[in-house]
Design a protein around this ligand. Structure first.
Ligand SMILES: Nc1ncnc2c1ncn2[C@@H]1O[C@H](COP(=O)(O)OP(=O)(O)OP(=O)(O)O)[C@@H](O)[C@H]1O
Ligand SMILES: [Mg+2]
Length: 471
């Protein structure tokens, strides 16, 4: 007993307290943010990028570095690593950079989203740009270049939902966790359709990435179209005048915010307008890094980054929620075989094709129901609906293929029962598919269609107005 008393005397106690304090300090400084960051010096400076010596052994491709100058610290991304130097693209070009300035490694770019981000608009660096004060930070810091969950651990996609856009709910219905592309030339109606889809009420959260948009459209989209959904939405914005690095990061930041909500069990809608501008930004960055172009001026990294980004959307692992991604793709010069359009079409679970000719006819949203496909439609339709849609598509096809013939008077009604049916019903179907952005979302598009067809059939009894006499 005396022995123990002696060992636990005041000196021993003091020693163990100091040891505990030391252990605490070791634990604290072992954390990544306290590690000694390797640094280097600026060697050459060119428009859009600069090179740094002394960092080659310490950084990985895609790591962030901080450039220290007289005016402050600015971030850049490592886009090329060579034995003697690394090439860095500054996040915001135009920052003064001098030869021999110090550059230190930062590692992956991380953000810490929380529920408090809902209702806020942020930039690609997750800084608030809506003037509503500072943004609260969550406990978990996530790298914006995370990878998708392993495919075998992910839930299956099986629950359909209503978008409220009749043309989509009838012909290409969607499922939670699906990834859908909207393909169209410029000014055909992509952003308007996205804004209509953003109002779907099947989601707990909506995350929107506006990439390379005009500044004017950003406020319009956020304030006018989100409406009631604003309080559950986060918008990540990189306008057309921002640097290619910020435009490249915006969708990655958005998908990282969406992943945070998905992992908490929410069903999230992720909207990216437009993926083509994301691809353009990668092209600009890669060109600065000296990567050779392989298809229509696009370097290979565009075709590796696109699937990396889009694969992160989709269902989460068991027990988490889903990310349903709806993205827009600009098809250059209305050429639907443009390399970015081609490669995204292969990655996605469906595509909606908007046609300029339909927009010119005033048939908005200008969705071509025959060219649009939802690869998960079968899970959203009932067997009866599936049969009905196949029939509707056949009628529309018949109507369209005989359009020229009928215009020159080459068809006399009565010759073909199917075509007669198409001539009667397709204009009604087209009328049902028309929808303005302000129009209340359709509760059940099939009921609307059935009612319209019934009304038309009643009005088109023999002798009624609108019936053409049989020739
Ligand atoms: N559902 C609709 N109802 C009525 N008008 C529409 C509809 N959709 C689009 N429009 C018209 O088409 C115009 C262009 O639409 P929008 O800006 O959505 O096209 P976009 O494809 O996103 O263009 P950009 O390629 O320039 O981004 C709108 O200003 C509007 O006048
Ligand atoms: Mg647009």
């Amino acid at each position: 007993m005396m022995e123990t008393m002696r060992r636990d005397g005041p000196e021993t106690l003091a020693a163990s307290t100091s040891l505990a304090a030391l252990a605490g300090l070791v634990e604290r400084y072992a954390k990544r943010e306290f590690s000694i960051a390797p640094g280097g010096h600026v060697q050459t400076i060119a428009p859009g990028h600069y090179t740094v010596s002394g960092l080659s052994r310490h950084v990985r491709l895609g790591d962030f570095v901080a450039h220290k100058s007289a005016t402050g610290t600015r971030l850049g991304e490592v886009v090329r690593v060579e034995p003697e130097q690394v090439v860095v693209c500054p996040i915001e070009p135009g920052d003064p950079i001098g030869i021999h300035d110090t550059v230190i490694r930062k590692g992956a770019f991380r953000i810490a989203p929380t529920d408090n981000w809902c209702g806020r608009t942020i930039n690609a660096l997750a800084e608030p740009i809506d003037g509503l004060g500072p943004l609260l930070q969550g406990d978990v810091r996530r790298s914006i270049s995370n990878t998708a969950p392993p495919s075998m651990t992910r839930k299956r996609v099986e629950h359909g939902f209503r978008t409220g856009v009749r043309a989509i709910d009838i012909f290409s219905p969607l499922c939670l966790g699906q990834r859908l592309g909207i393909f169209a030339g410029s000014g055909v109606g992509k952003s308007t359709l996205l804004s209509m889809l953003a109002r779907a009420d099947a989601f707990d959260k909506v995350v929107i990435a506006l990439v390379g948009e005009r500044g004017r459209e950003v406020r319009e989209f956020i304030e006018d179209t989100l409406g009631d959904n604003l309080s559950k939405s986060v918008a990540v914005v990189a306008t057309s005048d921002e640097s290619p690095m910020l435009r490249k990061m915006a969708p990655m930041t958005a998908v990282t915010v969406a992943e945070h909500y998905r992992d908490k069990g929410d069903n999230v809608l992720l909207i990216v307008d437009s993926v083509t501008r994301f691809a353009h930004a990668i092209r600009e960055v890669a060109t600065a890094a000296g990567e050779p172009p392989i298809a229509r001026g696009y370097p290979a990294s565009v075709f590796t980054e696109l699937p990396r980004l889009l694969e992160r959307a989709g269902p989460g692992v068991e027990g988490s929620g889903t990310i349903t991604a709806i993205i827009s793709i600009l098809v250059d010069g209305d050429n639907h075989n443009d390399p970015v359009a081609d490669s995204t079409r292969g990655i996605l679970d469906g595509h909606i094709v908007l046609e300029r000719s339909l927009a010119e006819e005033g048939r908005y949203p200008p969705i071509n129901p025959l060219a649009s496909i939802s690869r998960l439609a079968r899970k959203a339709w009932t067997p009866d609906q599936e049969k009905l849609v196949a029939r509707l598509k056949a009628l529309i096809h018949r109507f369209e293929e005989t359009r020229d013939l009928r215009l020159i008077g080459g068809y006399r009604p009565g010759g073909d029962a199917d075509l007669d049916m198409a001539i009667k019903q397709v204009p009604v179907i087209y009328e049902v598919l028309k929808q303005t952005p302000g129009e209340r979302a359709a509760f059940d598009a099939f009921t609307d269609l059935a009612n319209a067809l019934k009304a038309a059939a009643m009005g088109n009894q023999p002798g009624a107005a609108g019936t053409r006499p049989r020739g």
